[in-house]
Design a protein around this ligand. Structure first.
Ligand SMILES: [Zn+2]
Length: 152
């Protein structure tokens, strides 16, 4: 008689523990790219979006250990700047990365649209975010590449 009473209680405790564990697992840890830029994870291999000191955009493809990979025929287009006067960037291979031929205009908090095709005929994978170049006070990355759960 006792076991039939204890069993439902044990199941209830177990299932609440499982639910709790599941909640923790859904919290995905963010990582930065090899240069401290934003990792674009919707594309395989992953790509790092990084703004250089001279305001060019550098796209570095990386393996799962974040080791840089040479570009393999990917076609990248980045559009940023004021919505009224967007800059469309094209890329050339420089030191095994793709470097934009145009620079990010003066200013901050521009919308960014990154389009990456794994080959010229492939469907473009699109990532959109805000290019906030200010440094996050908590993780020291630029806000566009922030890896902490810092909120504004
Ligand atoms: Zn941060």
């Amino acid at each position: 008689m006792k076991t039939t009473r204890i069993l439902p209680l044990a199941i209830a405790i177990l299932s609440s523990l499982t639910l709790h564990a599941g909640k923790n697992h859904s919290h995905e840890k963010k990582v930065a790219g090899p240069n401290g830029g934003r990792l674009l994870v919707s594309i395989e291999p992953h790509a790092e979006f990084f703004v250089t000191a001279d305001r060019k955009v550098q796209i570095t493809f990386v393996d799962d250990a974040l080791k840089p990979l040479a570009p393999a025929g990917q076609v990248v287009t980045v559009t940023t700047g004021e919505r009224s006067a967007p800059v469309k960037m094209s890329f050339a291979i420089t030191n095994n990365t793709l470097l934009s031929e145009q620079t990010v205009p003066e200013g901050n908090n521009f919308p960014v649209v990154v389009q990456i095709k794994t080959s010229p005929d492939a469907k473009a994978i699109v990532e959109k975010f805000t290019l906030n170049l200010s440094n996050c006070p908590d993780c020291k990355h630029a806000e566009y590449a922030c890896i902490c759960s810092h909120t504004h």
